[in-house]
Write a protein that binds this ligand. Structure first.
Ligand code: SAM
Length: 278
């Protein structure tokens, strides 16, 4: 899989791409990343990439020509001229606070493509004709405004890349975490005794809390159930913790989550218990 990034600040990505999973994925040949400087595609002495907005107002706007040339250098044609095979294999994304929310579901969809082109806006944004002509998606990483699309591109790249098969050592680790398909992929999320099948299966819920050694840290002990070696009890406790975290921090996710009858009972109890917090 290949990512291409168009930006006026290519250096911003260097440190990020040289560490951890992103670096390993490139070394293993699973993921390729290209970063292109928009100024390469300018023709004036000052290498101008921005101009004043038509209609007046604050700030500057990224010009269409350098972006269109940068996209052409990557072999990207306007959406209207793209053939079906290309549409199925690649996407051209404008990072934008006005975009559709970037979620784990979108990340999973992008991880199935061969190429993701990411356009980083700056200033007041990008000339809208670039969006209309070349981008098949406009994505926002959250309801806040960043000063540029570079951090957003790095977020999208990281979240997508780790879902590419082989990138994470343990394939299950992306499936069974917050927002993962997890137990949702299993017909019934509980076994005959009503114990969740998966230790971690997120099934649309947030992940459970994790602990490591020492067993006691500054007087605070690890929950006892995790020390006892009773795997069914651990699974049950973890599922309750997932429900608790999701109810407390992201109750909106519960409507879509894969919930068993037992989960629903636990939630009823938690709603009473956490009444002052939710
Ligand atoms: N005028 C724009 C608005 O109000 O929506 C904000 C422009 S912002 C200062 C500059 C660039 O940062 C945008 O063009 C976009 O590429 C990026 N950006 C800002 N917030 C973002 C977000 N939440 N998600 C993705 N990209 C974002």
């Amino acid at each position: 899989m290949r990512f291409e990034i168009l930006t006026i600040f290519p250096e911003m990505f260097r440190g990020f791409f040289e560490h951890g999973v992103v670096s390993r994925a490139q070394k293993n040949g699973l993921v390729g990343i290209g970063v292109r400087d928009l100024r390469e595609f300018t023709h004036d002495r000052h290498r101008t990439v921005d101009d004043r907005p038509f209609g007046g107002g604050e700030g500057m706007v990224l010009k269409a020509e350098p972006l269109a040339e940068g996209l052409a250098a990557l072999g990207v044609v306007p959406v209207a001229d793209r053939d079906d095979a290309t549409r199925l294999r690649e996407t051209v994304v404008l990072l934008s606070a006005q975009g559709r929310p970037f979620t784990q579901t979108v990340a999973r969809e992008l991880a199935g493509l061969d190429r993701v082109v990411l356009i980083c806006g700056r200033y007041e944004g990008v000339d809208e004709r670039v969006n209309e002509m070349y981008c098949d998606r406009e994505l926002s990483i959250g309801d806040y405004v960043l000063s540029g699309g570079e951090l957003a591109a790095a977020v999208v790249l990281d979240a997508v890349m780790r879902l590419v098969p082989g990138v994470l050592g343990n394939e299950a680790s992306s499936e069974f975490e917050s927002f993962g398909a997890g137990d949702a992929a299993i017909t019934s999320s509980v076994d005959v005794e009503g114990v969740p099948r998966s230790q971690h299966g997120a099934g649309g819920l947030l992940d459970y809390p994790h602990y490591t050694r020492p067993a006691e840290f500054r007087g605070v002990a690890v929950p006892e159930v995790l020390m006892g070696g009773d795997h069914a009890a651990v699974r049950k406790w973890r599922r309750e913790q997932q429900l608790r975290k999701t109810l407390r921090n992201r109750p909106d996710l519960l409507a879509q989550a894969q919930l068993s009858a037992e989960d629903r009972k636990v939630l009823e109890r938690l709603r009473v218990e956490l009444v002052d917090e939710i």
